[in-house]
Design a protein around this ligand. Structure first.
Ligand code: FAD
Length: 542
C-alpha cells in the first residue's frame, strides 16, 4: 500500500490531467466530430465524453442514411465496458433495452448430432474435456457452463421467500441486445450526457493538407469543423477510405460470405441462454433470442445462392419466420485505423462476418485504443503506428480463427461446403494445426509448446478457443491421455448435473434480475466477480 500510488505507478490514461488541452496551445485537441450514428458512433461519443469530459463532442449522422441495424450478440467484455467504463446503470439498461443472456454459442456444426457448445467459460475446463470425449464422444460436458447451455438453464437458483441465488458472477456471459432498442437507448443517453447532435449528410470532406481533414460540408453549404474526426460511417468509410485512401485488405480468401437475410421467428416465451449458429447450404444461420422473439439471419455467399433462395431456405429452417431484410457486407480491414486527424471505428475500419459475434467487441477495442492514446495536442507525439499495428494484428487473428470454422466443418453435401473444405485459406494457422494433430488439446501441452504457440500463432481467443473449435468439429488429432480415472471425471460431471438441474429457465431467471437490483449489484461490484476481476482488460488480452 505504501507504494501503490507512488511515482511511476500505472494510471488510467483517461481523466489524466496532463491530457487536458492547454489554453495557449494552437494545436490542442478540443473538439471531436464523430461521423455516424450507429453502434460505433454512439459508443465512441459516449466513451470520449465519459473519459475525456473536457472534450467538446459532436455526433453527426444522416437521417437519410440508415444504420446497418444488426449486431445483437455480444461477448462478455461488453458488461464491464457498458457498466464500468461508460457507467451505464444496469437497472436502466434492463428496463429500457431488455437484454437477454448469452452463456456461449451453440454450434449446430460438425459431425456430432447435437453439434457442440462453445461456452464463455471455455478457459476453465471445469468438468473436463478429455472425460467428455472419452465418455460421450463430444465436448459438450467439458465445462459447467456448457452443461447449463445444454440443459437450457441459467445459473440462477430459487431460494425460500421468493429470493434467488445467482452464480452469474462466477461465469462469464454476454448480452443479446435488440439492436433498435439499444441504439435508441444510446441516442437518448448521448443527449442526456451533453453530446451535441447534428442531423446532416456529409456531402464533401475538405482536406487541409496531407492526411488532414479541415472540415466537412453539407448539401446546404454548412461547414462542420473539428480538431479530431472519428469515422463511424459504416461500410461507406467516408473519411478513412474514400477521402484519405487507406487501402482495404480483404479476408475473402478465408471467409467467403458477403450477404445476410435477417428475419424474426416467434419463440412462444422460450428464451434460450445462448446464440445458435446453424450450418446452412451456403453458409450458416444465427438465432439470437430477445425477450419477445428469436432474431435470425442467414449469412451466405452470393456466389452460391440468390437472396430469394436464401430466403426460401430460411423459411424451411424456421417455419413462421417473418420480416425479411437483406444486409450486404465485405470482410477485411483497412491498412490503418488512424491516419492524420482521422480515426476509424466500426465497419468503416474493419469487419468480419458475425460467426463469433466480434463486431461490438472490436468496436470497444477500437474505442479503448483511441481513448488511451489520444494526446492533448497534435503537437505531441501521436502513437498512430502502435494503434494501427495492434488493431490490425487483432483483426488478422480473428480472420484466422474464423477460417477454421469454415475449413473444418464436416459438411460436404453442397458446392459451398465442398469449396470451403478445400479452399478456405487457413494458412495463418498451419503451424498450430500441425502441433494440434500431434497432441490435443493444446491446453495440456507442455509450457514450452504453449508458450511458442501463444507468442507466434494468431489464436485470438487463446489456445482454449482453438481447442474448442477443433475438438468440437472433430478435427483429427492424437488425443493426450487422461490424467485421472474416468470414474473421477464422472463423479464431477454428476455433481455438476445435479447443480445444473436446479437452475431456472432463462425467462424466469431474467425476471428475477429485472425485479431484484441486488442480483446485478453483486454481479457488477463484487470483487470476486469476473466482471470486476477481468474488467476491460479482457478486451486487450483476449
Ligand atoms: P452503421 O450502423 O452502418 O452506421 C453508419 C452511420 O453512418 C449511420 O448513422 C449513417 O447515417 C452514418 N453515415 C454514413 N454516411 C454518412 C454521411 N455521408 N453523412 C452523415 N452520416 C453518414 N456485431 C456483433 O457484435 N454481434 C453480432 O451479432 C453482429 N451481427 C452482425 C450481422 C451482420 C450481417 C453484419 C453485417 C454485422 C453484424 N455485426 C455484429 C456487426 C455490427 O452490426 C456492426 O459492427 C455495428 O453495428 C457497427 O456499425 P457501424 O456503427 O460501424 O455502422
Amino acid at each position: 500500500a505504501l507504494f501503490a500510488d507512488g511515482e511511476g505507478g500505472p494510471r488510467e490514461a483517461a481523466l489524466d490531467p496532463a491530457l487536458r488541452p492547454r489554453q495557449d496551445d494552437p494545436s490542442a485537441i478540443r473538439s471531436v466530430g464523430v461521423i455516424g450514428g450507429g453502434t460505433a458512433g454512439y459508443l465512441t461519443a459516449l466513451a470520449l465524453r465519459a473519459k475525456r469530459p473536457w472534450l467538446d463532442v459532436t455526433l453527426v449522422e444522416s437521417s437519410g442514411i440508415p444504420i446497418i441495424g444488426v449486431g445483437e450478440a455480444t461477448t462478455p467484455s461488453m458488461l464491464p465496458f457498458l457498466h464500468h467504463y461508460l457507467g451505464i446503470d444496469p437497472a436502466d439498461l434492463y428496463e429500457k433495452v431488455l437484454p437477454t443472456w448469452k452463456l456461449g454459442i451453440r454450434f449446430d456444426w460438425g459431425p456430432h448430432p447435437e453439434g457442440f457448445m462453445a461456452p464463455f467459460d471455455w478457459g476453465s475446463n471445469s468438468v473436463g474435456v478429455l472425460g467428455s470425449l472419452a465418455t460421450q464422444g463430444d465436448i459438450n460436458a467439458f465445462t459447467l457452463q456448457s452443461l447449463f447451455m445444454k440443459a437450457d438453464r441459467a445459473p440462477v437458483f430459487p431460494l425460500e421467500g421468493g429470493r434467488h441465488l445467482s452464480l452469474m458472477k462466477q461465469m462469464p456471459f454476454a448480452y443479446h441486445l435488440d439492436n433498435q432498442r439499444f441504439v435508441r437507448y444510446l441516442t437518448d443517453l448521448a443527449a442526456a450526457r451533453g453530446i451535441r447532435h447534428v442531423d446532416a449528410t456529409v456531402a464533401e470532406v475538405v482536406l487541409g493538407g496531407d492526411d488532414w481533414v479541415d472540415c466537412l460540408r453539407t448539401p446546404d453549404g454548412r461547414e462542420l469543423r473539428f480538431d479530431l474526426y472519428v469515422d463511424c460511417t459504416g461500410f461507406r468509410s467516408l473519411l478513412l477510405e474514400k477521402t484519405l485512401g487507406s487501402r482495404f485488405v480483404s479476408y475473402a480468401a478465408s471467409l467467403a460470405t458477403d450477404t445476410a437475410v435477417t428475419g424474426v421467428v416467434p419463440h412462444g416465451g422460450h428464451i434460450k441462454p445462448y446464440t445458435t449458429a446453424t450450418t446452412m447450404d451456403a453458409g450458416w444461420c444465427w438465432n439470437i433470442p430477445t425477450r419477445e422473439a428469436d432474431h435470425v439471419g442467414y449469412v451466405h455467399s452470393s456466389r452460391f445462392l440468390s437472396l430469394e433462395e436464401a430466403t426460401e431456405e430460411l423459411r424451411r429452417r424456421y417455419p413462421g419466420v417473418d420480416t425479411f431484410r437483406p444486409v450486404r457486407f465485405r470482410v477485411g480491414r483497412h491498412e490503418e485505423a488512424w491516419r492524420g486527424n482521422v480515426v476509424a471505428i466500426g465497419n468503416s475500419y474493419a469487419f468480419v462476418e458475425p460467426l463469433e459475434s466480434s463486431g461490438l467487441m472490436m468496436i470497444t477495442l477500437g474505442i479503448l485504443s483511441l481513448v488511451s492514446t489520444l494526446p492533448a495536442s497534435w503537437a505531441d507525439p501521436v502513437p498512430r503506428a502502435l494503434v494501427n499495428r495492434a488493431l490490425s494484428k487483432k483483426w488478422d487473428e480473428i480472420r484466422w480463427f474464423l477460417s477454421i470454422h469454415y475449413r473444418f466443418n464436416t459438411r460436404r453435401d453442397t458446392p459451398f461446403w465442398r469449396e470451403m473444405h478445400t479452399g478456405a485459406d487457413v494458412s495463418g494457422l498451419e503451424p498450430l494445426l500441425e502441433v494440434f494433430r500431434a497432441g490435443a488439446p493444446l491446453r495440456f501441452r507442455d509450457s514450452v509448446v504453449r508458450g511458442f504457440l501463444e507468442s507466434t500463432a494468431p489464436t485470438f481467443y487463446g489456445l482454449e478457443g482453438v481447442d474448442c473449435l477443433l475438438l468440437g468439429q472433430g478435427y483429427p488429432a492424437r488425443l493426450l491421455p487422461m490424467s485421472e480415472p474416468v470414474e473421477a471425471w464422472q463423479a464431477r460431471k454428476d455433481a455438476a448435473d445435479a447443480l445444473v438441474g436446479r437452475g431456472l429457465g432463462t425467462a424466469e431467471a431474467l425476471r428475477a434480475f429485472d425485479t431484484d437490483p441486488e442480483l446485478n449489484a453483486e454481479l457488477l461490484d463484487d470483487p470476486d466477480s469476473w466482471v470486476v476481476r477481468t474488467g476491460t482488460d479482457r478486451l486487450v488480452n483476449a
